[in-house]
Design a protein around this ligand. Sequence first.
Ligand code: PRP
Length: 212
Amino acid sequence: MKYLTIALAKGRVAKKTMDLLAEIGITCDEVNDKETRKLIFSNEELKLKFFLAKADDVPTYVEYGAADIGIVGKDTLLENGRKLYEVIDLNMAKCRMCVAGPASARELLASGKVIRVASKYPNIARNYFHNVRHQTAEIIKLHGSVELAPIVGLSDVIVDIVETGSTLKENGLEVIEEICPCTARMVVNQVSMKMEQERIRDIIGKLKGILS
Ligand code: PRP
């Protein structure tokens, strides 16, 4: 039997996914071993391989078929726009994609003037400002700690995910508009879905069973 390969977004999503998979009898203890520098792990009995990748790279591995299945946030899927089948909403790692900034930015947003937006999600930000708000926006791509941007004057607002809201609060910022809710999703390579239909459908069916 061929191995099925599962790509997991590093961090919170990976830990929660392994807990969920354990409930349907799919285990691989090594994945959660923080000491190891190994990148790929297997469950020989079930003929499964797992690897951890940067969230942003998971859709790429799955689209090219280097992984049959991927587990990654909806935020990353929207930003990357890859050709994949999104098969299950895992209903975990819940957060909201938001426009946030200092309270004073509300007025600027309402005015319809050109606005500077910093984000790790430039495509989502561009789409929202251009196609939903119909407002001219200059989008500035950042790679992390985006909340800094309006504080130091790089941008007027940010587009970022908000989970508990504490990062915004501790930095004197607030949610101004909600773009969409995001949760972790299971995605499948389009060819794998046909070639490994039985095994993949079995995993999907069992996961749906415990999620409902
Ligand atoms: C994410 C996000 C916010 C924060 C939101 O950042 O970009 O900064 O979490 O969480 P909260 O609402 O619970 O405070 P992450 O921790 O991934 O780090 P990064 O900014 O360096 O990418």
